[in-house]
Design a protein around this ligand. Structure first.
Ligand code: MEV
Length: 315
């Protein structure tokens, strides 16, 4: 890989979406989360150009890049983005664009391609976007595969790329249902839980203990492809999320329907209070059952592949 200034060349990178198998919200309080990548990607192209232009996004990214790399100026460049990751729906779209941008810029600037560094830069941008994110989203889309993530404290994060993937008997049965973009941002949903932890600390404490327990249990269940317990754990994890008020009545009724049909479903990410919660991660041993429920409700859906490669150089 070229280490010297790469400015004459076009740089292309791509980054996948992510989904929380379990642990969202609890992860903000230091509990573990299990995340994986989804086969939807954002592609960023950067090439030199003579005039300078800026966008709201580059206004956030560039100061981070300059400060962290000790640069006075960034050579003028043209940024192109194409993506099939829905925005603001719990699939980590902001984390994906941040990782893709910093990954592409390191190459464009002739810097060492270092995933740890790219992830750290992306986390700084995520903090601007969301306030107090755990960093799980950017770590997952950067490193890829199945990721065990824990923010132990402000300075220490455990990021483990697991040495196994979701077995075929489970992985072929996931469907994402788009329940609609949440009215509330991820930052607002995280803020709502923070408020609840002040008003009713016992509710959030119980949530954290239970979610940690089922997230740890999920790890072995996935490893062993244990479908029966997988369904039970997803149901328990979802109920816990509902207890802290991050799942709207509209979406919890869809989830009950999937459960009554023998499957399981959960929000993934911040969730929503008003109506849509973004993408619902749904599982059934016959995915057609989920598709039928989605169709009846006129909601779009797509079958997904999980555990795909993280940040990747394309050109
Ligand atoms: C957002 O995708 C997941 C949350 O746990 C927030 C975070 O981890 O930063 C709700």
């Amino acid at each position: 890989m070229k280490q010297l200034n790469n400015n004459d060349n076009v740089v292309v990178v791509s980054v996948p979406a992510k989904i929380h198998l379990l642990g969202e919200h609890a992860v903000v309080y230091g509990k573990p989360a299990l995340l994986t990548t989804v086969d939807r990607r954002i592609t960023v192209t950067i090439q030199p150009r003579h005039s300078v232009s800026s966008t709201r996004m580059t206004d956030i990214f560039e100061p981070i890049l300059k400060k962290e790399l000790g640069l006075k100026e960034i050579p003028s460049y043209k940024l192109e983005i194409s993506s099939n990751i829905p925005i603001g729906c719990g699939l980590g779209s902001s984390a994906a664009i941040s990782v893709a941008y910093f990954g592409a810029m390191l190459l464009f600037l002739g810097q060492h391609w270092d995933l740890g560094k790219i992830n750290a830069l992306a986390y700084k941008a995520e903090k601007v976007f969301h306030g107090n994110p755990s960093g799980g989203d950017n770590a997952t889309v950067c490193f890829g595969g199945l990721v065990w993530f824990q923010k132990v404290n402000a300075d220490k994060k455990i990021i483990k790329q697991l040495p196994f993937s979701i077995p075929e008997n489970l992985s072929k049965n996931f469907v994402l249902i788009n329940t609609g973009k949440p009215v509330e941002s991820t930052g607002e949903m995280v803020g709502g839980v923070r408020l609840l932890s002040e008003e009713k600390p016992e509710v959030v404490e119980k949530f954290l203990t239970q979610q940690e327990h089922v997230t740890k249990e999920l790890l072995n269940v996935i490893k062993n492809g244990d479908e029966k317990n997988f369904i039970r754990i997803i149901k328990e994890g979802e109920k816990n999320l509902e207890r802290i008020g991050v799942v709207s009545a509209f979406v919890s009724s869809i989830i009950r329907e999937i459960e009554n049909a023998g499957g399981a479903a959960k929000i993934s990410g911040g969730g929503g209070k008003t109506k849509g919660t973004g993408m619902l991660l749904a599982y059934h041993k016959n995915p057609d059952v989920i598709k039928k429920i989605a169709e009846e409700k006129k909601l779009s859906y797509f079958q997904i592949k999980l555990g795909v490669e993280g940040l990747r150089r394309e050109a």
